[in-house]
Design a protein around this ligand. Sequence first.
Ligand code: G1P
Length: 286
Amino acid sequence: MKIKKAVFPAAGFGTRFLPATKAIPKEMLPLVDKPLIQYAVEEAKASGLSEIIIVTGMGKTAIEDHFDTSFELEMLLRERDKTELLKMIENVSGMVHFAYTRQKKPLGLGHAIGITKNLINNEPFAVFLSDDIIDSKTPAMKQMVEVFQRYGTSILAVQKVPKSQAHLYGVIKGKKVAPGVYKVLDLVEKPKSNPPSDLAIIGRYILTPGIFNSLEETKPGKGGEIQLTDALKILIRTQDVFAFEFEGTRYDAGDKLGFLKANISLALKRPDLKADLRKFLRNIKN
Ligand code: G1P
């Protein structure tokens, strides 16, 4: 079965980036010269997904404007013969089909996914947490779609993390079934101590629509929020769920240090910036 739809939860307040995010959505902070969320949207497109559902909230209209056509800007660029820029702008608005829905209360990631039930319409779908930037040869979601085609059920992206970092993630307990693939036996959201393994969930998921029933049964967990990890724990009682160690470097752009690292690493890959940036970094004294 083909995966067409992707859910992008984007209703959070972005408190870790205040004051920058007081009037601008966190998803619109630039990584080099593209808003954060555009990286994951491009990954979705490159993975063959064609319908993007963005779950927004108050103060997030800049995201909708970004992926919309900008008639005045396009006209101005055309008049001034800025063909390259024009192409870039048209690419953004013509990327894929976008739909928006609002999460009216900040009740957590699981709740944000739950409200897309009617838009998903009973088919497997992808979830992207756009804070997680993944730089890889094959787009991370494309790798996951291939695994989904083999197993035909929910797939979670995981990566090994030091045990000291496990409290920042949903952590799985898994049984290896193939290279890089684990059957999920248990999950814990942000374990304070004794994580069940070093396999942490990274923000890419393929979920079967069965998750919606599980979400309805899910009680508020960590931080008083409806956690997707807790819903998956319910789902594994009735369906197989697999975890997949994707190939690629992941940056947590939702964290200040991770955001800076992502900016530097991505800029170092850009032909127009890399030489001068490298020189600058080498000469930094303290
Ligand atoms: C969310 C999930 C967590 C996952 C993480 C990946 O947490 O709840 O299970 O490991 O994303 O980035 P957040 O970082 O939004 O608190």
